[in-house]
Design a protein around this ligand. Structure first.
Ligand code: PXL
Length: 280
């Protein structure tokens, strides 16, 4: 059985980070170990305020030491939202301890959305996240995170040449394969783009565009992508399954939006995800 360790916070209510990664990667038939980096009462995104935040950074080195003593190995190390600069540094040390020549390091550099950083994040934090990206095989920023990582203005209108250019610049940060999520050249289609800097090859995957924002879709995308990668799918297959499942989740959320404004109804789609994996 394949094994992934996912390192990110647990937002107790709000459907993101570990409460998304754990069910999704497990549904793909992959053992999912977790390192919760913080416990929050809700996520920090729009609509929630006064959330609690318990930092668990100091637990991470002890967990790593225990796992190291058991010689645990993972097919992928997958990180999402990280809550402090110190935490990013400790996760970086974890990569040094647990990366092997056969496993993948996957960093979702969770920084912001809609042109803005999430609450509590600063430019210094962005710089720290850039350093973590340099160690990754795959990073999967959205366009807001691309702008912050590269220090360029955020734009909602761009063409394919722009996407290819920023993908190359992301690879220059040091990661092998940058993947950009939420890419759209018109109102009809949305998807993701990737650049394999080792083989100098670009990949695109598009599906129907839904012109609305849903919280947690980035976590859904990167969880499925990480699972697909651990299962040995190639870059195009990883993009295709992640784009398709993210759209499934968005479409399942639309009829429930009044009640579920804070996240996506991915639970209703897990059966489809299992089918996609089995059909492969
Ligand atoms: O979905 C990304 C995410 C994860 N974890 C926390 C967040 C967010 C985005 O807002 O606040 C705590």
């Amino acid at each position: 059985m394949k094994k992934i360790v996912s390192i990110q916070d647990i937002s107790c209510f709000g459907k993101c980070s570990l409460t998304v990664a754990l069910p999704i990667i497990s549904a793909m038939g992959i053992e999912t170990a977790v390192i919760p980096t913080a416990v929050l009462s809700t996520h920090t995104g729009e609509g929630f305020k006064d959330y609690t935040f318990r930092d668990l950074t100091s637990d991470i080195p002890a967990i790593a030491k225990h796992w190291k003593s058991m010689d645990l190995k993972f097919d992928a190390l997958y990180t999402g939202y990280l809550g402090s600069m110190e935490q990013v540094q400790i996760v970086s040390d974890f990569f040094d301890d647990f990366s092997t020549k056969d496993n993948y390091i996957i960093v979702d550099p969770v920084l912001g959305d809609a042109g803005k950083l999430y609450a509590g994040f600063t430019q210094e934090f962005v710089s720290e996240m850039k350093r973590l990206c340099a160690k990754a095989d795959f990073i999967m920023p959205n366009m807001t995170e691309v702008a912050f990582l590269l220090g360029i203005p955020y734009t909602e209108t761009y063409d394919e040449a722009y996407v290819r250019d920023v993908l190359r610049r992301l690879a220059a940060l040091g990661c092998k394969v940058p993947v950009i999520t939420g890419v759209h050249f018109d109102d009809k289609q949305q998807g993701a783009a990737a650049y394999d800097s080792v083989n100098d090859k670009y990949y695109f995957s598009f599906d129907k565009n839904v012109n609305m924002r849903f919280h947690g879709t980035g976590d859904i995308f990167s969880s499925v992508f990480s699972g697909a990668c651990a299962l040995g799918m190639d870059i195009q297959q990883c993009l295709d399954i992640a784009v398709k499942f993210t759209l499934d989740c968005i479409e399942a959320t639309i009829p429930n939006m009044q009640e579920t404004w804070y996240g996506s109804c991915f639970e209703l789609c897990l059966g489809k995800l299992i089918e996609y994996v089995n059909k492969r």
